[in-house]
Design a protein around this ligand. Structure first.
Ligand code: UN1
Length: 498
């Protein structure tokens, strides 16, 4: 019997009101059901939000360092359970164990960051323009945060959102991706075990079109944090705009790695293999475009293909695997369709491109790492986010052209340049339109204490990571204290320009 999971509402594990369920299966072995989950509806979101609203004061009234201690404790529990979580995550979404351990570690790091931040939620104090008056700021919670998270980082991304939201004193309604509900449930169990009071964090499983929409429309949810596709992001921004709800969006990428002729070629090959095919290319930050200077193009491609051939595709639970499966059949079909589009557009399929079948692959959704050469700027495989192990290689004649090609997409999340030339490196830092720029390192591998997010259509201007999400989840109050004992009129009593 597959394990049965439930929603977590008002501190109790419960089925959905409708009793309907959905299955979560292992993408490396579709016959294995990882768990059965409640397929929730609007009424479940209603209950979850009622609970979140009812427990606002209890949570917000705890001193911030006390909330921080609880979140730090959650980090400690995650350390203890790291290996278990990683294995479960690999079973439910496929990426290799090394990476699911890393994903869990990112959650742990974020917990400890929140713990540290709990003694550092500083405001500003300022002199007033009037005598005997002082000004400072404090932060207050927004109320209840709606958290809608993706499947590719099932632990790290929920922690990026939920730890800051909680530390700021908000209560939570959390809807994880339907492809990774088990890891999300483990996270909520850990928060409960760490001592987050019952009812503060509410978990509702189910499809975005129903549960996500209900969260979005709910008048008692004041802020939404979402990571996922730009199409869904647009929809969220639209509804949030209409309701004047605060929203933080982390969306797509089409991240370039540029390689100049003076680069350490071996290192640049290693970088692109990790950036493009790590997590089976299913990262917002994945390297999906390789922009090669013509002087090293052919040599680079030879080495790249040789090394790509050595990658072992397989079940992520096997330590021998370098690249795991694609998350589900729909996504596999979408990626294979992009391979067809690339061929039709006239790019050369230089490596891979095939759905893998046969003994060890038959039960899962595996495909070969794929490399297209001869890609022209403007082709669909060069412009659109594929979210799979497909790398488009564009040949350029100069540094200027490389930057132009790199920037000529709607997204701006991550970017990288391999060069030994300081001038190229500094100019790239200045010119690349991306929230992250790596020098002599791949486009993936952001650290939890630094801002994470993108320019252009990658988001709506907010950042996750470090102290930045704390701004998303807080309301600033400016406090004026007048101890003059008389009515003082700002701008009128003191005209300092006179
Ligand atoms: C994502 O792809 O949505 O920098 C997040 C990285 C990871 C996070 C990726 N630390 O690739």
């Amino acid at each position: 019997m597959p394990e049965k999971y439930q929603n977590f509402i008002d501190g109790k594990w419960v089925d959905s009101e409708s009793r309907e369920t959905f299955e979560n299966r292992n993408p490396a072995n579709w016959e294995e059901i990882v768990g059965v989950f409640p397929k929730s509806g609007k009424e479940d979101v209603e209950k979850a939000t009622e609970s979140a609203v009812a427990h606002r004061d209890e949570w917000a009234n705890l001193p911030v360092p006390e909330r921080g201690l609880i979140l730090g404790k959650a980090g400690d529990i995650m350390v203890e359970k790291k290996e278990k979580i990683a294995k479960l995550m690999t079973r439910e979404m496929g990426k290799i164990l090394k990476e699911t351990r890393g994903d869990t570690q990112e959650g742990i790091d974020t917990a400890y960051y929140a713990f540290g931040e709990s003694r550092r939620l500083y405001g500003v104090t300022s002199p007033s323009e009037l005598p005997n008056k002082t000004i400072y700021t404090i932060v207050k919670p927004i109320g209840t945060a709606g958290i809608i998270s993706p499947w590719n980082f099932p632990m790290a991304i929920p922690t990026w959102k939920i730890f800051p939201a909680l530390l700021m004193g908000n209560t939570i309604v959390f809807k994880p991706a339907t492809d990774t509900p088990a890891t999300a449930t483990k996270f909520v169990e850990i928060l409960d075990e760490a001592g987050v009071p019952k009812g503060v964090v509410n978990l509702v499983h189910g499809p975005g079109s129903v549960v996500g929409e209900a969260i979005l429309e709910h008048p008692d949810i004041g802020v939404i944090s979402f990571t996922g596709s730009s199409a869904v992001g647009r929809r969220i921004a639209e509804v949030a705009g209409k309701n004047l709800k605060r929203v933080s969006l982390e969306l797509g990428g089409k991240n370039p790695q540029i390689v100049m002729p003076d680069a350490n070629i071996e290192l640049a090959v290693e970088g692109v293999l990790w950036g493009a095919f790590g997590t089976t290319g299913q990262r917002c930050t994945a390297t999906s475009r390789l922009i090669l200077h013509k002087d090293i193009h052919d040599e680079f491609i030879d080495i790249l293909i040789k090394k790509a051939k050595e990658l072992k595709i397989g079940d992520g639970l096997l330590e021998s695997s370098d690249v795991g499966p694609i998350i589900n059949e729909t996504q596999l079909k979408k990626i294979l369709n992009y391979v067809e589009i690339g061929k039709q557009e006239g790019a050369k399929l230089a490596f891979g491109g095939n759905h893998l079948t046969g003994k060890e692959y038959d039960k899962g959704f595996f495909m070969e790492p794929t490399i297209f050469t001869g890609v022209e700027a403007g082709m669909r495989i060069e412009q659109e986010e594929i979210f799979g192990p497909v790398l488009s290689v564009i040949k350029v004649s100069s540094f200027e052209e490389a930057i132009e090609v790199a920037n000529d997409v709607e997204y701006g999340l991550s970017s990288s340049i391999y060069t030994a030339n300081l001038q190229y490196a500094m100019a790239a830092i200045d010119k690349l339109e991306a929230g992250l720029t790596y020098i002599n390192a791949p486009t993936i591998g952001a650290e939890c204490h630094m801002p994470f997010g993108g320019f252009k259509n990658t988001g709506n201007g907010h950042r996750e990571g470090g102290k930045w999400p704390y701004e998303v989840f807080g309301e600033i109050k400016t406090v004026y204290i007048d101890y003059s004992g008389k009515l003082q009129k700002a701008q009128i009593d003191t005209d300092i320009t006179k």
